[in-house]
Design a protein around this ligand. Structure first.
Ligand SMILES: [Zn+2]
Ligand SMILES: [Zn+2]
Length: 293
């Protein structure tokens, strides 16, 4: 009889609150049984940020090592808009992105996720060009051990990056772009019109990802169901299985060869204390080779 060594299950975690302390976030992730995690390193809705406390930085690094929670992801500030036509906001956005990269690097975090951006004046082509300029400016100003990931958007008014091709266009030939990867959000994909509710749909989307971006560039998946329907173009996260994507969609996603090994972070609602554990178990139970009760 041939013995087969069990492969470790793909990495799975949730966005955890830092509630004042970065090290507390690692403890919370560990308590939930996470093997990956995401945090904000600063208030995501304020331009100013408190400096990192060196003791907290080393506690954060030490605990993550101890619990083997990897990767850790920092979600960048929501104020950052790399697609804006407005000069002041663009400058602030580039500065804030560099600051986020500096912080992520000090914390020893693997990835920094940033939304591609939005331009109120519409034009995706101009938006793509502006994102490229802003990214090139940020990337030319330093080197970080943390990898920057661009996240696809839901296609709300003015959003750049709702089409996979737009993300591909941003990355193609971008100076420093070889250092940039992608984070795909299942809710955003679905809201932007990508039907991932069936195995056939997920297979089709996997093909588009490969053609537009390249599968190996996708480093993290945000696993969220969508409150609204296909192509709704609004970004409202729902518990896994209870939204428009549904259990069958997630079953197809977590078992598809293109996506099953990619670390998944849930950003599902935290309306009750049971919400995170329940959503994590739902994902585990959908995986064909991993079941927990
Ligand atoms: Zn997301
Ligand atoms: Zn979202």
């Amino acid at each position: 009889m041939k013995s087969t060594r069990p492969t470790p299950p793909p990495r799975l975690g949730v966005h955890v609150s830092i509630a004042g302390k970065l090290s507390g976030a690692v403890e919370n992730a560990e308590a939930l049984g996470c093997t990956a995690m995401q945090i904000f390193s600063r208030s995501p809705r304020m331009w100013s940020a408190k400096a990192l406390d060196p003791d907290e930085v080393s506690r954060f690094r030490g605990l993550r090592e101890k619990y083997d929670i990897k990767p850790a992801v920092i979600h960048a500030s929501y104020l950052i808009n790399l697609a804006t036509p407005e000069g002041g906001l663009k400058r602030r956005s580039v500065e804030a992105l560099i600051d986020e990269l500096d912080r992520a690097d000090r914390l020893g975090v693997e990835y920094l996720v940033v939304h591609v951006g939005s331009c109120k004046d519409g034009g995706a082509v101009e938006g793509v060009e502006r994102v490229r300029e802003a990214l090139a400016a940020a990337l030319s100003s330093g080197r970080w051990s943390t990898q920057l990931l661009l996240e696809d958007t839901a296609g709300e008014r003015g959003d750049v990056g709702a089409r996979l091709e737009e993300i591909g266009m941003i990355l193609k030939g971008l100076p420093g772009g070889e250092r940039v990867g992608v984070c795909l959000d299942t809710c955003h994909l679905f809201a932007a019109g990508y039907d991932i509710t069936t195995p056939v749909g997920v297979e089709r989307v996997a093909g588009w990802v490969e053609r537009a971006i390249g599968q190996d560039r996708v480093k993290v998946v945000h696993g969220n169901d969508s409150k609204k329907g296909l192509n709704c173009r609004v970004d409202r996260h729902q518990h896994i299985g209870l939204g428009g994507i549904g259990l069958e969609g997630f079953r197809a996603w977590v078992n598809h060869p293109a996506f099953r090994e990619i670390p998944m972070i849930l950003e599902t609602p935290k309306d009750t204390p049971e919400a995170d554990p329940r959503n994590l178990i739902t994902i585990k139970n959908l995986r064909r080779h991993e079941r927990s009760e």
